[in-house]
Design a protein around this ligand. Structure first.
Ligand code: FMN
Length: 452
């Protein structure tokens, strides 16, 4: 990639390509369903934060909706969540062909939502570690969308890494990789799309400047992507042939939603923890509920990460209570704030955490298995479980934050994890400190101990 031959002044110029106004469209029922799910599961109500957490608030993914319009033609829409803009990119049999290859069908008045990862958005801040965060962030979002659709009363079929949708990223995105999809049925009347005014602008981007439909990645993004490519075609960063596509249906029937609507609105990441301890029953209830919902949603699908909960209290009175199956408990009252700070890469605001859920796996052996596809499954489960913990903590008023800035070896020692295991993600819980700035949103990679 020869960029030095181009004069710097020319390189610094920006043009307004693609920003021209395209004709407005009136969204049909299916698109309104998709947007209602995004409103609850991705956008959120609070203008200053989205519905899902993301390492450094980088949100390294793209989102597409595939759905039918009033003329019964299937359209492909790209979503810009920041601008609340939804643009029609393509319409007709070619979109149906993609869905057919992915073995996904658009339910009547429903929609298929597809997520693609864009690692550069995280890696430009966090370097190689940003690829881990990309996977975790996107898993957070995918799980939240599944739960949001369920909470709106829809039934869902969820897929990870579905085959056949590559044209989405090769034709419109580049430097991106299809991550997952969910097919959502129509939302019952009064529950979703028609329940309030929509703030979305829907436009037909095909009508104006069709050539600009294709996103032109910056040369830095291309370089970053090339560093990730592992397959012979140079197309994807993920493990070759790792289309793990076990369709999992979440059917509602008449039962209560898995997560109540209020929990989506109340979720936020703690900006730090104050001294003090939270009742063990709150931590136990939060992690227990998250594990049980995850097992219900993804029964026996691939390799889950191991979960160890390090609780900074004496076990007296708690040891005998029923802890969820599949969770190891470590009572570590002796753990000092200094040790926690070091293990969290000098993130002092996390020092007073009451408990840390460590998600870990034998990563070296997983990478060798089936081209690493099991490792992808572990990362998906880790992000999905963490999202469930965040929502359940929000419901109980427990302060929580996902933590990607951890020193795996230190936590391995502090919590007595198996020596061949690496921590892939941590979730810290404790007493909230309101009104503190969220240091992880700084432009520098604060969670990686980078100086400002
Ligand atoms: C994968 C991941 C890693 C994160 N790592 C950290 C971290 O190391 N330290 C921290 O304070 N917050 C961390 N966060 C929380 C983000 O900073 C937070 O989600 C983001 O600032 C947006 O704020 P919100 O979650 O309140 O919407 C992480 C979140 C995710 C999803």
């Amino acid at each position: 990639m020869e960029v030095r031959a181009i004069p710097l002044w020319t390189r610094m110029a920006v043009d307004s390509a693609g920003s021209g106004r395209s004709p407005a469209l009136t969204p049909a029922a299916g698109l309104r369903t998709g947007l209602a799910v995004l409103d609850l599961g991705m956008i959120g109500r609070d203008g200053s934060r989205r519905a899902v957490p993301s390492a450094g608030a980088t949100y390294p993914y793209e989102c597409y909706i595939l759905t039918r319009d009033d003329a019964d033609a299937t359209g492909l829409y790209q979503v810009d969540p920041g601008r609340r803009l939804c643009q029609l990119l393509s319409r007709g049999p070619q979109v149906d062909a993609m869905l057919c290859q992915a073995a996904l069908a658009v339910p009547e008045d429903g929609a298929v939502i597809v997520l693609a990862t864009r690692p550069w958005l995280s890696m430009r801040k966090y370097g190689d570690r940003g690829y881990l965060y990309t996977q975790l962030d996107t898993a957070h979002l995918h799980m939240n969308l599944v739960l949001a659709a369920d909470s709106l009363g829809a039934s869902v079929v969820l897929r990870r890494r579905p085959p056949g949708l590559e044209p989405l990223v090769t034709e419109y995105g580049e430097c991106a990789e299809v991550h997952s999809a969910l097919a959502v049925t129509a939302v019952p009347a009064g529950n979703g799309p028609d329940a309030g005014p929509s703030c979305w602008a829907v436009r037909d981007a095909r009508a104006t400047r069709p050539s600009s439909l294709r996103r032109q990645p910056h040369w830095l993004e291309r370089l970053c992507w090339e560093s990730l490519v592992t397959d012979s075609e140079g197309a994807a960063a993920g493990p070759p042939g790792a289309a793990v596509s076990l369709p999992t249906a979440v059917r509602r029937g008449s039962r209560a939603p898995l997560v109540p609507r209020a929990a989506f609105h109340g979720r936020r990441s703690a900006t730090g923890f104050a001294p003090g301890t939270v009742p063990v029953r709150d931590i136990q209830g939060t992690v227990g509920r998250a594990l049980s919902v995850l097992h219900d949603l993804l029964p026996g699908e691939g390799t889950p990460p191991h979960a160890t909960l390090a609780v900074r209290q004496e076990p007296h009175g708690h040891g005998e209570s029923a802890w969820p199956a599949g969770l190891d408990i470590r009572w570590v009252p002796e753990l000092t704030n200094e040790a926690v700070t070091e293990a969290f890469m000098a993130q002092r605001h996390l020092a007073d955490t009451s408990a840390v859920l460590l998600l870990h796996a034998p990563t070296a052996s997983l990478i060798d298995e089936a081209g690493g596809s099991q490792l992808w499954t572990v990362l998906y489960h880790a992000g999905a479980l963490a999202q469930l913990v965040c929502l359940e903590a929000a419901r109980r008023g427990l302060a929580v934050t996902g933590v990607g800035g951890f020193d795996s070896e230190r936590w391995q020692r502090l919590a007595g994890l198996p020596t061949d295991h690496d921590v892939v993600y941590a979730v810290a819980m404790g007493v909230d400190t309101p009104d503190a700035p969220k240091l992880d949103r700084f432009a520098v990679a604060y969670a990686q101990n980078e100086r400002s």
